[in-house]
Design a protein around this ligand. Structure first.
Ligand SMILES: Nc1ncnc2c1ncn2[C@@H]1O[C@H](COP(=O)(O)OP(=O)(O)OP(=O)(O)O)[C@@H](O)[C@H]1O
Length: 401
């Protein structure tokens, strides 16, 4: 088996849709009548049309797992549907070598009135397997999907997770050359997702995988290549998965500061910096994480602990920093300075939430105020872009070659 064999080749692929159903039907009739397919008009937009996928080019080899990422409406599912032959492109070509296993829409490819077992035979037949071949795989498919008890129940009575289990088990156990998986995997529970990732790693040496997800932890876990789509266009095609994920996050706006109980302790301002205050909002990866808070309150509060919760762009809480106990005077604006040392956060953007806890009574800590996603800051430095919260390098100057 040639590991670097190209299994998927996509050339100048474009697909347009129409925003309005009536107009779309009208264009459909016109195209049929004029036999427009193949003419130069396929590359032009008519009123109310837009490109869902525009001029996409890439190649995928056996052993590669491509993560297709992009925000809502970027064109990911449309591209997958073209690759799987469910819809025709308006321009460009797709060349796929070998058998394609796909898990695209929840329940798609299953006949709801047939049982799980009957659907396995149907799907296997569509993929080109004989009844005998499916017989030999049946046990493994049912066991992988953990559906022994329910395999003779009509699929229409399956839960969403059960449909995903069956769909993935069929697609992955049939030894496809190309495996296409849409967001659906996120519907299953985490233990099934992990089991699926292990299966993908296992078959990857013989397969090319295309995986769509909004979960960047999932993408970073299994993909060794990333394509970032935006409004149908390919913004990035990279083997540096961390870089691709960062570019995805750079296009994401996470607004939505939330303040709870803000009348208790007012957080008027927060500065996050490394060197001096002029560099507010920026932390050098190898320098101290410093924080200056400006606070006020109507009442005096003694023994207040400030908890700083750092969230990454996927909104995962990557660190909690707690301060010494402070006292807040009534009716005055006070500045407090904190230094948490070097945090070794990897290069990316982060948010802080700031929570004030009353610690008068050790066993009974009360939340006084909670400011969620109060401020964004960026970690910068010369190090590599990685999708992991922390990045460390060995402290050793000697290079062994
Ligand atoms: N059959 C269709 N008719 C008209 N427009 C469509 C059709 N299918 C998709 N679109 C449009 O094409 C664009 C791309 O949709 P697509 O489903 O490919 O995006 P996506 O990247 O998968 O998004 P999401 O992350 O929300 O699933 C969207 O603007 C969508 O409304």
């Amino acid at each position: 088996m040639n590991n670097s064999e190209i299994l998927v080749k996509v050339e100048n692929l474009s697909k347009k849709f129409c925003k309005d159903l009536k107009t779309s039907l009208w264009y459909g009739v016109k195209d049929l009548v004029s036999g427009v397919r193949g003419s130069s008009q396929e590359r032009q937009l008519r009123p109310k049309e837009f490109w869902a996928v525009k001029d996409i080019n890439f190649e995928l080899r056996r052993g590669e797992c491509l993560g297709l990422i992009g925000h809502n409406g970027a064109g990911k599912s449309t591209l997958l549907k073209i690759l799987n032959g469910l819809i025709n492109p308006d321009a460009g070509t797709v060349t796929i070598k070998g058998r394609v296993g796909a898990l695209i829409e929840l329940g798609a490819g299953f006949n709801p009135i047939l049982t799980g077992r009957e659907n396995i035979y149907n799907n296997g037949a569509i993929l080109g397997f004989s009844r005998k071949e499916i017989d030999t795989k049946l046990h493994d498919i049912i066991a992988f999907a953990e559906l022994e008890e329910f395999i003779d129940m009509p699929v229409q009575h399956y839960s969403s997770g059960m449909k995903v289990r069956l769909g993935f088990a069929v697609a992955a156990q049939m030894e496809p050359d190309v495996l296409i998986i849409d967001e659906v995997l996120a519907v299953g529970d985490m233990s099934f997702a992990m089991k699926s990732f292990n299966k993908i790693s296992e078959i990857l040496k013989n397969t090319a995988v295309i995986f769509v997800s909004h979960s960047m932890p999932f993408i970073s876990r299994i993909c060794n290549h990333v394509i970032l789509l935006h409004k149908g266009e390919m913004l990035m095609n990279t083997g540096n998965v961390g870089e691709g994920i960062q570019a995805y996050f750079d296009r994401q706006s996470l607004s939505g500061k939330l303040n709870f109980k803000e009348d208790v302790i007012c957080l008027n301002n927060a500065n996050v910096f490394s060197g001096d205050l002029d560099n507010d909002g920026y932390i050098e990866s190898d320098k101290n994480f410093k924080l200056k808070l400006n606070l006020s309150s109507n009442k005096e509060y003694k023994k207040v602990r400030v908890a700083i919760l750092i969230y990454n762009m996927a909104q995962i809480n990557v660190a909690i920093l707690e301060t010494r106990l402070i006292s807040i005077k009534a009716e005055s604006n006070q500045d407090f300075d904190f230094d948490f040392g070097v945090l070794n956060l990897s290069i990316s953007a982060y948010f802080i939430s700031v929570r004030f806890d009353s610690c008068i009574d050790e066993g009974n800590i009360q939340v006084l105020s909670n400011y969620i996603n109060y401020k964004e800051f960026k970690v910068q430095g010369n190090d590599r872009l990685v999708f992991a919260p922390f990045y460390f390098k060995e402290k050793n100057d000697k290079t062994e070659v």
